[in-house]
Design a protein around this ligand. Structure first.
Ligand code: WQD
Length: 338
């Protein structure tokens, strides 16, 4: 059973490859190396001794996608992570996002719909909910008009998959991630943001190691207990394991519908200040941070209702925020020691 993992050298992709291999799946990775490094392959092998096959492919190149599927005709399932994912950049350069995130998805689905059976898992995001009215957020919460082209590509992607699954043999699961953080306990793989990190936790670890002078806290005047935004920070290894559960559900034909949706979070919300203080406790480092004005586009709070993932997918996050922050710090120290 060969599984294609697109974006498999990326943060969530690489952790998912490890968990797939641990469960006996054979993996081939496509990555264009635009936001990752081929050295991640060594990190994966260092963890479980297995080297996935790897092809550097630009998924915006239709002919290259067709050639890949001709060469790997035994691929029976795809976990599609490859996408551009910086909210701010998507506002400045929307067509880059529509070409990469939508174009690539279309070319992959065009190849899968030729098959008698194909399993497809899509990397979606809680961003499709915008600022949900009710917490915790359930999967039947109304999808809000996107607040960025990035978020729009996730919404459009979900709709494209529904339309194609309705008229093909493709069976799909959409996984809506909350906030992935942390790194594999071995510190052989982790998050490697290019340039200045946009996300909170990689900025924290880079500030703690001295790469960044000061952490800006984007607003403390939100209607939350301490005034800072609340998010559901989920350990990336828990997230990776959820993908294996979802794949097995499709392989074993346990899915109830041709397209199923699951929120992947811990079910617990943490504020920015809570994350900062938890990191200080986990690392023993004190963080230099400053409250600055709100960041455009940020929502006040989002955390998942995990009932469906727990009861239907048979998956539950097991690792804590403290463990995630400790693993992120261990990874940062190892990467900088090289
Ligand atoms: C979290 C909180 C910031 C940085 C985005 C995407 C989502 C997913 C995860 C891709 C917010 C605050 C942050 C900083 C801060 N991306 N913050 N100082 O915005 O919840 O989600 O990333 O899959 O789809 O929308 O994550 O980590 O950027 O921010 O105060 O330097 O931390 O304001 O409240 P976000 P984030």
């Amino acid at each position: 059973m060969k599984i294609l993992v697109t974006g498999g050298l990326g943060f969530i992709g690489s952790h998912t490859v490890v968990e797939l291999q641990n469960e006996g799946f054979e993996v081939v990775i496509i990555d264009d190396l635009s936001n990752s490094s081929v050295t991640v392959l060594e990190g994966i092998k260092a963890i479980n001794g297995k080297s996935p096959e790897f092809e550097q492919v630009d998924l915006r190149d239709k002919a290259a996608v067709q050639q890949f599927f001709a060469k790997y005709a035994d691929v029976s399932g795809v976990i599609h992570f490859a996408a551009s994912k910086a909210v701010g950049e998507s506002v400045q350069n929307p067509l880059l996002y529509y070409e990469n995130n939508i174009g690539a998805l279309v070319y992959i689905l065009q190849e899968l719909q030729k098959k008698d059976k194909a399993n497809f898992i899509f990397s979606s995001s809680c961003t499709v909910y915008g600022q949900a009215e009710k917490m915790p957020i359930t999967e039947d919460t109304a999808v809000q008009p996107a607040m960025s082209p990035y978020g729009n590509t996730k919404q459009i992607g979900e709709e494209i998959i529904r339309d194609v699954a309705a008229v093909s043999a493709i069976e799909a699961i959409l996984l809506r991630y909350f906030n992935p953080v942390g790194a594999h306990e071995s510190a052989n793989i982790g998050e490697l943001p290019l340039g200045v990190p946009q996300n909170l936790v990689p900025f924290i670890t880079q500030a703690a190691i001295g790469l960044r002078d000061q952490l800006s806290v984007f607003g403390d005047d939100y209607p939350t207990p301490d005034g800072t935004c609340v998010r559901d920070y989920i350990h990336v290894v828990d997230l990776a394991k959820a993908h294996v559960k979802a794949l097995k559900r499709l392989v074993d034909k346990k899915n109830a519908d041709k397209v199923e949706v699951f929120n992947l979070g811990t079910g617990k919300g943490s504020s920015v200040l809570e994350v900062i203080h938890a990191f200080e406790k986990a690392s023993g480092k004190s963080l230099n941070y400053k409250i600055v004005p709100r960041r455009a586009g940020d929502i006040t709070e989002a955390y998942a209702d995990t009932t469906k993932a727990n009861n239907v997918l048979g998956w539950k996050a097991e690792l804590s925020l403290d463990e995630a922050l400790a693993s992120a710090w261990k990874w940062e120290q190892k990467v900088r020691a090289k």
